[in-house]
Design a protein around this ligand. Structure first.
Ligand SMILES: Cc1ncc(COP(=O)(O)O)c(C=O)c1O
Length: 359
């Protein structure tokens, strides 16, 4: 039996991608803010109802670029329940991550705990919309305004999520997203920064392009993080299927929930706002329960993923350890089940049933 992995990329029919590649071959333009990058940025913004996006090579750099564009140095309050990229981007830019524990129901940073972590060195808050589930935007904005802090959202999972009728990526001084192969919309590798501030927009464009401004003068120290035409072509081809892909995830997400209602010892993420349902995380009562179910799934050639695991505050080689009870407990008990476009509903049912029968 073929292995079922936790995810597979959502890909447009190959012919639609190669049609776009023909235009690259015809123009000979491979990069440097070419026509397909511009079209991808335009069409993505139209889909998401955003003012603009500055695409870059990956989501990790999108976070780094956001920190650079805001010109901040100091402590950045962030979530310990995330992928390592959130923390490493902060450290890479010479800032210090300060963790604030999560709300165990939404899995997002708990705004009620943020104020206690603010010091005179705090410069920003970097919450994560975990699994595309919107953070408490109003509470975070109120704290940021009160203490004059910048807000950078790690929206790596947030493409297609909505909050109060607006794109989730539209909030914060800057939102950073990812178009990695495993994400809701993919360009193989890729990312982007979203801001409605024109000055920040210009700076982000210069940062990805050696610091050049519109007149080809070097205005700031930049680097090279431009998205290529080949990646943008893939993004454009896949964008046509994004709406369908999200609807498909939501159907399978609900199906999993229905089947897993057979057990009363499992819990699920509490959704706040319109989540894209890009992942299906299930939370067990204990790590031992998780390991038992994981073994049963692996015996059946089903490969779930412990995600996020471990809690970031436990990476003692890069951050000083400080206990984060909710994040650590969740990280030990959470398993993401397979969820992707080509996964059949009968496989969702089979996976659900294996879990139901595991005890
Ligand atoms: C929460 C989160 N932030 C940031 C990133 C980094 O994105 P990328 O892989 O595009 O660099 C990821 C990627 O998996 C992520 O899950």
């Amino acid at each position: 039996m073929e292995k079922i992995f936790v995810t597979q990329p959502t890909l447009a029919p190959l012919g639609e991608y190669t049609e776009l590649l023909k235009t690259v071959w015809a123009s000979g333009i491979m990069t440097h803010n070419g026509p397909l990058v511009q079209k991808f940025e335009h069409d993505f913004c139209q889909y998401e109802m955003l003012d603009n996006i500055v695409t870059v090579t990956n989501g990790t750099y999108a976070i780094q670029a956001a920190i650079r564009a805001l010109n901040i140095r100091g402590e950045i309050i962030t979530s310990p329940f995330s992928f390592i990229a959130t923390t490493s981007a902060i450290l890479y830019e010479g800032c210090t991550p300060v963790y604030v524990d999560i709300d165990p129901e939404t899995f997002n940073i708990d705004p009620q705990k943020i104020e206690y972590a603010i010091t005179d060195k705090t410069v920003a808050i970097m919450p994560v919309h975990v699994f595309g589930n919107p953070c408490n935007i109003e509470a975070i904005e109120a704290i940021a305004t009160k203490y004059h802090l910048k807000v950078i959202y790690d929206g790596a999972h947030a493409v297609g999520s909505r909050y109060k009728g607006k794109a989730l990526l539209s909030f914060g001084d800057i939102s950073a997203t990812s178009f990695h192969a495993t994400k809701m919309l993919n360009t193989a590798e890729g990312g982007g920064c979203i801001t409605s501030n024109n000055e920040l927009l210009k700076k982000l464009q210069m940062l990805r392009f050696f610091g050049y401004n519109d007149h080809k003068d070097v205005e700031i120290v930049g680097s090279n993080y431009k998205m290529t035409e080949v990646n943008a072509a893939l993004g454009l081809a896949n964008l046509k299927y994004l709406k369908e892909a999200i609807a498909d995830r939501k159907r399978k997400y609900n199906l999993y929930k229905e089947i897993l209602s057979c057990r009363n010892d499992l819990s699920f993420q509490k959704l706040s706002g319109e989540c894209n349902c890009s992942y299906f995380p299930v939370v067990f009562r204990s790590e031992a329960d998780l390991l038992l179910v994981q073994d049963k799934l692996l015996e059946n050639n089903i490969v779930p993923r412990r995600y996020f695991y471990p809690s970031l505050n436990t990476y003692k080689t890069i951050v000083p350890y400080k206990k984060m009870p909710f994040s650590e407990s969740l990280a030990e008990r959470i398993l993401c089940l397979p969820l992707y476009f080509n996964l059949s509903e009968s496989d969702v049912i089979r996976i659900g049933e294996i879990i139901c029968k595991s005890f």
